[in-house]
Design a protein around this ligand. Sequence first.
Ligand SMILES: [Zn+2]
Ligand SMILES: [Zn+2]
Length: 188
Amino acid sequence: MSTRGAIAVPTTGKGWWGRYHHFDSYPTKLGAELFRLYHDTFDRDHEAMAQVLVKDHPAGWSTLIRIHSPSVFEREHFEHAGFMNLDDPDYGLYPLCYCHGQREEEEQVLTCRCPTDPTGCAPVFIEWAYVITPAGLLALTSWHPDPGAGQAFVHRPVAFVDWDRETEPDWEQAQRRARLIEVANLTL
Ligand SMILES: [Zn+2]
Ligand SMILES: [Zn+2]
């Protein structure tokens, strides 16, 4: 399912910049995958994770969720990342980006200054965003249950997941918070 998201890093001051992610970008899929990638693939190195997921693939991702396996993609899989068509026999073996492989799309930068300036991050389009910070993963959504309040379509935080937590985060809860007008507590 196409659920559009961003994988990002913080900018100096408030906000983030990052890359587009096309498929299944909601918390129970992409959020959970990013948390597992941090631990299982990038060995708790948020800078290495941001380098590969945000900086090395300037046109963004079709998907980096490993669909045909219970485990996440490994570092060597990311070295072979590239776009493949569905009918390619190797489809799904590697992460699918838009800059390598069968696509050579141009760099696309999403820069978020929400709520002060909701241009540059396309909040109507980018439903979920994940910011890789030194302390944890910040999840934001642009869904809003009360668009009449004039608050629709800006990115707002719904969860902050400490990298060091011992248990699997409750990503369903992050998804449910998209239906709340106010999220008082970002812990999951
Ligand atoms: Zn690429
Ligand atoms: Zn934004």
